[in-house]
Design a protein around this ligand. Structure first.
Ligand code: ATP
Ligand code: MG
Length: 212
């Protein structure tokens, strides 16, 4: 489902990320571990096609995304990749419903209010469709971000430090939601973290920063 080969990326003189070979299958849940600066966020951005690798190949669902041009990459990302950034990325002047409609529109999917309502319902957010992001609590905001990430039933669900700044109860809740939502769309889930509390909850691990 995700296949990475001979991947190298650097922002300037030093190599910041080298990943010779990694595969994650459909529906698997992976933890991306490594010390601060080891390249976890960089790898998530490469997998999301937000960064282009300097060398190597990334395939998702059989599509070599590292070879796609800008507009094709944008289309592929909108349709196949759900991203939960550490800080919510929602458009502040749009309602929750319109933020989600926009995600369907950008993926060139039909506007489906029923799907929006279903996902918000699964995440305990029914009744918040008309609110703007600033009118939500932090926890609600994070769940709306997750709703937007899974709305289009992505092939791959990426989350960058989703539990940083959360207390134990909310940490547990967010992990459960990520796993449930990934399972509901049979997505491959990749979570970057250095949160100790998350580590016991996952079997598959990719550890960055220990290569020579
Ligand atoms: N836009 C950029 N330009 C130049 N260097 C960058 C840029 N973004 C990240 N880096 C560098 O690349 C390396 C990897 O950064 P990255 O953010 O991927 O690490 P990380 O593992 O996510 O760290 P953390 O756990 O602190 O979030 C770091 O040395 C960082 O300073
Ligand atoms: Mg990071």
């Amino acid at each position: 489902m995700i296949h990475v080969e001979d991947l190298h990326h650097r922002y300037d003189a030093e190599t910041t990320l080298a990943l010779p070979d990694w595969q994650a299958q459909k529906g698997e849940h992976w933890l991306l571990l490594g010390p601060s600066g080891s390249g976890k966020t960089t790898l998530l951005h490469l997998l999301a096609g937000l960064l282009r690798p300097e060398r190597g190949r990334i395939s998702i669902n059989g599509e070599e995304i590292s070879a796609l041009n800008g507009p094709d990459m944008d289309r592929f990302r909108a349709r196949h990749i759900g991203i939960v950034f550490q800080r919510p990325h929602l458009l502040g002047h749009l309602s929750v419903a319109d933020n989600l409609r926009l995600a369907q529109y950008l993926a060139e999917l039909p506007q489906e209010l029923a799907r929006i309502e279903a996902v918000l319902g699964q995440l305990g957010l029914e009744g918040l469709l008309k609110r703007r992001p600033e009118q939500l609590s932090q926890g609600q905001l994070q769940r709306v971000t997750l709703a937007r990430a899974v709305l289009n039933r992505p092939t791959v669900l990426l989350a960058d430090e989703p539990t940083a700044n959360l207390d134990d109860a909310h940490c547990e809740q967010v992990l459960t939601l990520l796993k449930e939502q990934a399972a509901a769309c049979e997505a491959t889930l990749v979570i970057a973290t250095h949160d100790q509390r998350v580590k016991s909850a996952f079997k598959h691990r990719l550890i960055l920063g220990d290569q020579p």
